[in-house]
Ligand binder design. Sequence first.
Ligand code: GRF
Length: 220
Amino acid sequence: MKSSASIAMGKTSNPNQLQRLGILLSGRGSNFLAIARNIRENKLPNVEIAVVISNVADAAGLSAAKDLGLPTALYVSKGRPRADHDQDLIACLRGHKVDLVCLAGYMRLLSPEFIAAFPNRILNIHPSLLPAFPGLDAQQQAFDYGVKVAGCTAHFVDEHLDHGAIILQRAIPVLESDDAHSLASRILVEEHIAYSEAIARVASGEYEIQGRRYLQRANA
Ligand code: GRF
């Protein structure tokens, strides 16, 4: 039986209004760049990137964002209490009027305060078919386990690791010729498709979350 208390609705009141993305990253930024490319090519018509934030000074994704002329911010997290660092992020994201926070290889756990600041508005891409293989080195975990099907998951972020409601998944076969590296490369291709698709779906506002189930409404 469905509990109405567990239903969350998409929050886009005006679908013609651009949804402003805040991207959080720590490294190479290929998922961020795929999103940026899809926006540039009008494949993500109702979103724009408001700011790209890194917690690592020499993150390649941060330089790439600067090269694209996007607003960027650097908040080095190393050695700082999580709550203090996250307060800076919250202020920065609010200052840029961000609607959706997209984790794109952001290698730091978020505080409960951060999650609460953007309820059902934080997305992540993870390189496994969750709930299998959460955490680090998911592709290596999947390869070592000997799975025959691997993939990626775009999901909402909650207070538990790689755990929030699943928006969509893309699966690929694990080939006999694969090693963990080739498998990760092929999963990454799927991530670049899946993340933009998930952002488009959420940005449409045409969805409900019932319990753990993300349900797209028909006219999205
Ligand atoms: C991706 O594999 C993503 O699934 C995981 O971190 C990696 C980030 O890669 N969360 P990139 O920085 O987007 O290239």
